[in-house]
Design a protein around this ligand. Structure first.
Ligand code: FAD
Length: 407
């Protein structure tokens, strides 16, 4: 399957997958069928870049399936929203991850034994056939099936005894959908840090069963640990209140404004702008994902998404498109065009915000910066305080409030 970083390609994939989003998805989603899989949507790269919005995926799904038939798929889309909202209320998890990753990378430089084990794991040379396949598949394709991500993380932590932050970093560097919230929190979930004390244990018979239809499967995972003792951490990540922007971008947008497209809001259509911008600015920051080198697939999808987003917005609004790629450049772009307001899709906790926010905040006082967040997230995030269960209970109410109902 081709992952072309345009909105059109995402819409095409959505329409192709829709017939399978009901009972077939629920029945088969745990099976890894290989790259041409049709039992899962593989929409995550487009959703991460917001070339597609969660709302339209849910809307099209419920136009094609009853609510009960599509329950599993709808829930999975809400898992993504849940993780985003959870991290937004506990941003110290992301900060702690970044710090711990820095320490773990420095430790590799000083510890040849651990460096060797890390190189074997990331290069697919551990001798555990299944794991080695996924390490290579991740680097070569930029995507892994959800079950493979779970098995991989479990073997990384409990069999290879490598630091979970290095595994999470390896994923972030290579996944086209690499996401600060879903990735960090899923690794923590596997390791027993998200649902405290509850871990995910990979089992060889389960791996063999669910990879039997993979073109290179079934995969063997002999010798993996049959123990998965939960990781522990000293720090407690306290919840902080959400401080959410308006639903509509920068409302009221009464001045000439520039639309800023970035890695996590790369297209104007999901932003539902109240009126056209004077200028479109693209800021892709894939290299901010990690201090280590970023994989080709992850980088080119992120860059391509922002580039295609800028091109399409410039054409749709008949306005110029510019690229903000270097520090200090933004203010100059705004001065050149006389624009005094910037509107952008919400910058969630993660590397895109880390890379862009300091410069946005330090713009002169006469330039205002307005973020927007869709109603779906605004209504769901307040429930993402603890486990997913609280969000699941609210799904129908939220769908009703945003006007998405089963057909
Ligand atoms: C260790 C680990 C790391 C992960 N890292 C990421 C990541 O960096 N970015 C990312 O988007 N997802 C991540 N996931 C979640 C999940 O694996 C992917 O979202 C999913 O595999 C994407 O494939 P899909 O689009 O075919 O999903 P589908 O099964 O078709 O689901 C539809 C959409 O729902 C959302 N979704 C599905 N499952 C999950 C889930 N378990 N958690 C959160 N959202 C979900 C995704 O947006 C997905 O596109 C991770 C899971 C694990 C176990």
């Amino acid at each position: 399957m081709q992952f072309t970083p345009t909105r059109e390609a995402g819409l095409t994939r959505l329409e192709a997958f829709l017939p399978n989003a009901g009972a077939y998805y629920e029945r088969t989603r745990n099976h890894d069928h290989g790259l041409d899989r049709m039992n899962v949507s593989q929409l995550s790269p487009w959703l991460h870049a917001a070339l597609l919005a969660e709302r339209e995926v849910l809307e099209r799904t419920l136009e094609n399936h009853s609510r009960s038939n599509a329950d599993k798929f709808v829930s999975e889309v809400f898992w993504r929203i849940y993780f985003k909202g959870y991290l937004e209320q506990r941003p110290t998890i992301w900060r702690a991850f970044c710090e711990k990753r820095g320490d773990a990378l420095a430790d590799l430089a000083n510890n040849s034994g651990r460096a060797k084990a890390y190189a074997e794991a990331t290069e697919g040379r551990t001798g555990i056939a299944a794991f080695d396949h996924w390490a290579r598949e991740l680097v070569e394709t930029g995507y892994l099936h959800n079950h493979a991500r779970m098995w991989f993380a479990s073997i990384w932590i409990f069999t290879l005894k490598l630091d979970w932050v290095l595994g999470a970093d390896f994923f972030l560097r290579h996944l086209m959908d690499g996401d600060a919230a879903s990735n960090t929190l899923s690794w923590r979930w596997v390791g027993g840090l998200h649902t405290k004390g509850k871990t995910y244990q990979a089992r060889a018979d389960n791996i063999e069963r669910y990879t039997s239809e993979h073109p290179d499967g079934p995969f063997a995972a002999e010798g993996i640990s049959d123990e998965a003792e939960a990781l522990e951490e000293e720090i407690e990540h306290k919840r902080q209140d959400l401080d959410l922007p308006d639903a509509k971008p920068g409302s009221p947008l009464d001045k000439r404004y520039a639309l800023l497209l970035h890695d996590e809001a790369a297209h104007h259509v999901p932003l539902d702008l109240p009126h056209p911008p004077e200028l479109v600015i693209g800021a892709a920051r894939p290299d901010a994902r990690s201090p280590e080198p970023i994989g080709d697939h992850a980088r080119s999808f992120a860059q391509g998404a922002v580039e295609s987003g800028v091109e399409e917005a410039a054409q749709a609004f008949d306005c110029p498109g510019r690229s903000w790629s270097e520090e200090g450049e933004l203010n100059q772009i705004l001065r050149d065009t006389g624009v005094t307001q910037i509107s952008l899709g919400f910058l969630p906790t993660g590397w895109t915000k880390d890379a862009l926010w300091p410069e946005l905040q330090s713009l002169p006082d006469d330039i205002s910066v307005k973020q927007s967040l869709p109603d779906l997230q605004r209504l769901t995030w307040p429930h993402a305080r603890a486990g997913f269960f609280r969000v699941k209970k609210e799904i129908d109410d939220v769908l009703g409030e945003i006007g998405v109902a089963a057909g």
